[in-house]
Design a protein around this ligand. Structure first.
Ligand code: OVM
Length: 417
């Protein structure tokens, strides 16, 4: 049975079910964190958010928001007080119907989450990723070779989108790939974290075409034997999952595994293009690829925002948080917190920013991070070994998304070394 990702529904706010006044000691901040202008250039907003205190009250959405490292990590990692099963966007699944059947990983709590996570951890084990590394390296080398000495090309469409939408479906074993639909689906997943704004509606406009295709792509019949997708479906044979649940977990691979790495790869090229000395250091020592990616994650936060919902009356940093309160966690603001990272607004390739929140923290911490690392390190290594200079040839523009921080366009020229 396929997941019944049925018709998309817009959020319907049910009044009176959520605290509508700020807790004592929290400043009210009349701002829209999902405003396109803020999402396209968020750094000043992040600084103001941190300056508000541990939390700010956002009256427009009747939510708390945090962006200091300490409190963001506390909220994000405590799954007993701050649950995910009520959705990780502004919508409270207890009150409003989600646009798709909730993810068994992202939008779940223990014990359901634990059961799904166990299957996914096995399907994405170090042994599996080790087996993909050489394939990723070969594909990255081929792609970079093709792009070297091209007058100018767009990193987003010609490199960052091409690579994950080629190698990830291949690793999953998807029989009939459709990169355009996979990218469109990623936009739906992440833009529905936000309110019913233009950004969300634009992404959801493609749902009638894309959702049925994704639903089909997650079924056992569409997946080749002996690849990651079939490995997930093997959990049906062992009795750990039913068929519908296995398809839902494959859906998580498509949901979480593309938009995120597309943003990460384009941001990595942007970081190196704008910091030639960092690129020179990477060329000198390819061993820096790992550290470089960690700093790209901290500096750019491919997922900038997810929410949690307080399930009990509690307290964080001396602030009372009432049960049913949504907390918007700005992972990107936390990753730029000067209190945590000296000279936080500088990109330092050898910083080794242990404790960044780009992969989240706690029990939901990115289960695919080893595969993400293998992908990005393959691209960084290909650049370091083949390219002499990354020259940005036109304006870099950022794509306003309700949850992804990624470029819209990045024109560059790569010169052969
Ligand atoms: C999922 C999912 C979707 C988006 C992101 C994510 C970052 C997971 O459907 O399970 O993790």
């Amino acid at each position: 049975m396929a997941p019944t990702d049925s018709e998309a529904s817009n959020p319907v706010l049910i009044e009176g079910h959520r605290p509508v006044t700020p807790p004592d000691g929290v400043a009210t901040w009349d701002v829209d964190p999902f405003d396109e202008a803020i999402l396209s250039y968020p750094r000043d907003f992040y600084r103001e958010l941190r300056a508000q205190g541990p939390f700010a009250w956002i009256p427009r959405y009747a939510c708390l928001m945090c962006g200091r490292h300490q409190e963001t990590e506390e909220v994000f990692s405590d799954h007993t007080r701050f649950v995910s099963s009520r959705g990780v966007g502004l919508q409270d699944f207890k009150l409003e119907k989600p646009w798709r059947p909730p993810s068994m990983l992202l939008e779940a709590d223990p014990p359901e989450h634990t059961r799904a996570r166990k299957v996914m951890t096995r399907a994405l084990s170090p042994r599996v990723v080790k087996g993909l590394r050489e394939y990723f390296r070969t594909e990255a080398d081929k792609l970079i070779d093709r792009l070297i000495d091209v007058e100018s090309f767009d990193v987003v469409t010609e490199l960052a989108e091409v690579f994950p939408t080629t190698v990830v479906p291949a690793a999953i074993g998807l029989k009939e790939n459709n990169p355009e639909f996979l990218v469109a689906y990623g936009a739906m997943v992440f833009d529905t974290v936000g309110p019913d704004n233009e950004i969300r509606r634009r992404a959801m406009a493609k749902a009638p075409d894309v959702v049925p295709w994704i639903t089909q792509a997650c079924t056992r019949e569409q997946l080749l034997d002996d690849y990651i997708g079939a490995d997930v479906h093997d959990a049906v044979t062992t009795g750990e999952l039913n068929e519908n649940e296995a398809a839902m977990l494959v859906r998580s691979l498509f949901s979480a595994g593309l938009d995120t790495t597309i943003a990460a790869i384009s941001s990595a090229v942007w970081c190196l293009g704008t910091h030639p000395d960092a690129f020179a250091a990477l060329r000198q020592d390819q061993g820096l690829a790992k550290a470089c990616f960690e700093e790209v994650l901290r500096f750019t936060s491919p997922v900038h925002t997810f929410c949690r919902t307080a399930n009990v009356d509690t307290e964080v940093a001396g602030i009372r948080i009432e049960a049913d309160t949504k907390v918007i966690c700005s992972l990107a603001a936390a990753n730029l917190d000067e209190e945590k990272w000296p000279d936080a607004s500088s990109f330092k390739i050898d910083r080794k920013p242990i404790g960044h929140l780009a992969f989240g923290s706690g029990i939901h911490r990115c289960v695919g991070q080893t595969i993400a690392r293998a992908e990005v390190e393959a691209i960084l290594t290909a650049l370091a070994t083949r390219v002499g200079a990354i020259e940005i040839t036109g304006p870099a523009t950022w794509r306003p998304s309700n949850a992804i921080n990624g470029l819209a366009t990045l024109p560059v020229r790569l010169t052969r070394q």
